[in-house]
Ligand binder design. Structure first.
Ligand code: NOJ
Length: 751
């Protein structure tokens, strides 16, 4: 082949006139054009990728920091997952961090992260803005720590009140759970962080989670557990959806064609990628064809070379691999992690985080009992208080497992520097005792007793004007509680204190619902959930009335296990371990049993109690205030959607927030003999003020799903609407036939 002079000149010209030689920047790669949409940008980039580069993107890089001795890649940021990027194409690494209630493993990496209240606690605020703020704290701190993807966003329904992870979840009601977690994920993503919703789906107990087969008929599945996911995903458009460990009606969740391909991707139009829970992948071809897009953490080698070979052999079409890669890359463009990568050198602001955590907690505390108006406490009148138990002298409890946030300075009850240990209750340094002391009169006598000996605690209580008992229930991923009872004989402690002092107030720090055999014998009960790093201050602010309580229960509190659809946790044999619960983890791996959720079907939580005519200890939606609200003037309006309107008046002497709730009972033909939450609004009212409240009703709340026709329809007939401040106290009600009723037409936005 001859090399002509013209060719030579042309080559020299290219070299001499290249942008670099001319001192110019090279032309940006075409996918870096931000005016193109994320799908177009992803397609342009993927066109340049080799098969090996594509395979590299669809699996994680191994257990890394999660497993002792596992290799850690050099650009790994120290979180739960790492997927190396493709520098030659300008595609960054994906660094994923567990971040259910704050960023995990921060101290391990020499960093700080804010501990927020539990997700269940935040959900008790029923405040979508608080949920957004919650997510934005997580997103902000992920970004400051150099991560670009969150793997929080738990939205599994609370079907099993003894589930160890209920503190990571939002509610037993799909509408409340879906909206709150959707807003949380929006908050995360508002920081140019890829968000995630998990664990898809029916990961509703920890016992046997790796192998159990969750059984639920398709109508109930779509109207309950999947509805929560549908709402959250529809609101947030998260980058990722994490499929769960368990099986769903036979197939593992990470190779379940129905839930992944048919529902998530086809019916809901999900554009992001499905990533497996860590070790939740069980196959290569089946999982790939069923809709799994990323295998995590990747050590099982399902989506590495075996997937490459399957693509070369044609058992997984090339187009399917391209679809996986497209979903990942388009999500990176859509979230902004390519155009606006995180700034690892910025630092977390602990004070801002603490203030945000406290303000969320102050909306989330639920006052469950206030006999004789014992609360709020008056600093002028209270001369002596016995504060008892719960390590209230040093801090507040947090939840365990992969949602564990590291406590600054180490565990407040056992202060050693370093990271938190799996399997051990961790307290954060926000001492309720300290803030109670701060708010009481300077000369008031505030005694503390650890509560380990009920007789000694009762003696301390007897000598004080009033007693405040802190009780705790530590819960964690990997294990459920065998019972609803508080562990460590704390029921006996409360009973002894209440017998010694008629003015006893109980403050709960717990993962989920607990029974309270002593409820009738105490004057005050305050539910603080896991209250987060501002918990001590928030609790004291409610006790002394600086903040008016306004949270409402996002989950039913049963009086006893006998009232639950499953009186025992399915598959749990009470053995040793915390709370009499299964020790979980590895021992659960061997299990393989059905969990029959058809027992309650659509009647989850409060619906079960109504259908079976059982009285809960505290009803879904219940919570007291220091003021009083009156409901009147129920009405309906219609524009594109249907609205319920009513008047809400604050008849008390102080400002307060009411969470006004609308429930609907569908026509009898629907076969759903219970009321369901259809909408709500959190309303702030000055003393004496009133407001006309208008609440739009989502069509999904008024419809039923038919698996035969694969569609949602609104049944014909009479709908009962009920409005009030709790699922068990609904002063306004009206039955209307939505097809024939003439509803006033209004011009209102749909949301
Ligand atoms: C297993 C947990 O179920 C999941 O929520 C978590 O994100 C991963 N481990 C990674 O830590």
């Amino acid at each position: 082949m001859s090399f002509s002079r013209a060719t030579f000149v042309a080559c020299i010209a290219v070299v001499l006139c290249s942008p670099a030689a001319l001192g110019q920047k090279p032309a940006p790669q075409p996918w870096m054009n931000p005016s193109l949409d994320p799908d177009a940008r992803a397609d342009l980039m993927i066109h340049e990728m080799t098969l090996d580069e594509k395979i590299q993107l669809v699996h994680g890089n191994g257990w890394g920091v999660l497993r002792d001795g596992a290799p850690v890649a050099s650009r790994h940021n120290g979180g739960a997952g790492f997927v190396p990027g493709i520098p030659r194409l300008g595609l960054p690494d994906i660094n994923l961090a567990d971040s259910a209630v704050g960023v995990r493993m921060a101290a391990l990496n020499g960093r700080y992260a804010t501990l927020l209240p539990s997700v269940l606690g935040m959900s008790a605020s029923w405040d979508p803005d608080a949920a957004f703020l919650y997510g934005s704290v997580i997103g902000r701190e992920l970004r400051a720590q150099g991560y670009n993807m969150s793997i929080g966003g738990g939205v599994d329904l609370i079907r099993e009140p003894r589930n160890g992870r209920n503190f990571e979840y939002a509610s037993e009601d799909p509408i409340l759970a879906g909206i709150m977690v959707g807003q949380l994920a929006r908050g995360v993503q508002s920081n140019h962080i890829m968000g995630d919703i998990k664990h898809y789906a029916l990961n509703d107990q920890e016992t046997g989670r790796n192998t159990l087969n969750a059984i639920l008929n398709l109508r109930a599945l779509r109207e309950t557990d999947l509805l929560a996911f549908q709402i959250a995903i529809g609101l947030a458009h998260p980058a990722g959806v994490m499929c769960s460990y368990n099986r769903i009606n036979g197939d593992y969740a990470c190779e379940n064609d129905y839930t992944l391909n048919q529902v998530l991707k086809r019916d809901w139009g999900f554009k992001g990628f499905v990533l497996s829970d860590w070790g939740g992948t069980h196959s290569t071809v089946k999982a790939a064809l069923a809709g799994l897009d990323m295998d995590q953490p990747g050590d099982d080698n399902f989506f590495s070379d075996p997937l490459k070979q399957a693509v070369l052999a044609g058992t997984v079409p090339q187009a399917r691999l391209d679809d996986m890669v497209h979903r990942i890359v388009r999500s990176m463009f859509a979230a902004g992690v390519i155009d606006q990568p995180p700034m690892p050198r910025s630092v977390v602001d602990p004070f801002r985080g603490r203030d945000d955590a406290q303000s969320i907690e102050e909306e989330s505390l639920v006052l469950l009992k206030n006999a004789g108006g014992i609360l709020p406490l008056s600093a002028a009148k209270v001369r002596s208080i016995a504060v008892i138990g719960g390590h209230a002298d040093v801090g507040v409890l947090s939840g365990g497992g992969s949602a564990q946030v590291d406590s600054p300075g180490g565990n407040a009850v056992d202060p050693k520097m370093g990271a938190s240990v799996w399997g051990k209750a961790v307290y954060f340094p926000s001492s309720p005792l300290r803030y109670i002391r701060e708010q009481a009169a300077p000369d008031a006598h505030i005694a503390y007793d650890a509560g380990t000996d009920p007789a000694a605690a009762a003696k301390t209580a007897a000598s004080a004007q009033l007693a405040i008992v802190f009780v705790t229930q530590w819960m964690s991923e990997g294990q459920d509680s065998a019972t609803l009872s508080l562990p460590d004989q704390q029921d006996a402690l409360v009973a002894a204190v209440a017998a010694a002092n008629p003015n006893t107030i109980v403050v709960l720090e717990n993962g989920g619902p607990v029974s309270m055999p002593w409820a009738a014998n105490v004057k005050g009960i305050l539910e603080s959930w896991y209250p987060g790093i501002g918990g001590g201050q928030a609790i004291a602010n409610i006790l002394f009335g600086r903040v008016n309580p306004s949270g409402k229960l996002p989950v039913t509190f049963a009086a006893t296990e006998a009232d639950l659809p499953h009186p025992q946790v399915t598959g749990l044999t009470p053995r040793t371990g915390n709370n009499g619960a299964d020790a979980g983890g590895a021992r659960n791996q061997a299990r393989n049993f059905p969990v029959d959720y058809n027992v309650e079907g659509m009647a989850v939580g409060y619906r079960w109690f109504q259908e079976k005519n059982k009285q809960p200890l505290f009803a879904f939606g219940f919570g007291l205030s220091y003021t009083h609200f009156v409901y009147s003037d129920l009405g309906f309006m219609r524009s594109a959607t249907i609205y319920v309107t009513f008047t809400l008046r604050n008849t008390g002497a102080q400002a307060g927030d009411e969470i006004a709730q609308v429930y609907v009972t569908l026509p009898a033909s629907a076969g759903e003999p219970f009321r369901k939450l259809a909408g709500w609004k959190r309303v702030s009212l000055a003393p004496g003020a009133s407001q006309t409240v208008t609440i739009p009703l989502d069509q999904l709340c008024l419809s039923i799903y038919s698996p035969t026709d694969d569609k949602w329809t609104r049944p014909a007939g009479d709908f009962l609407f009920e409005v009030g401040g709790s699922s068990a106290e609904l002063p306004l009600h009206q039955t209307i036939d939505l097809d024939s009723a003439r509803l006033a037409a209004v011009d209102l936005p749909n949301k």
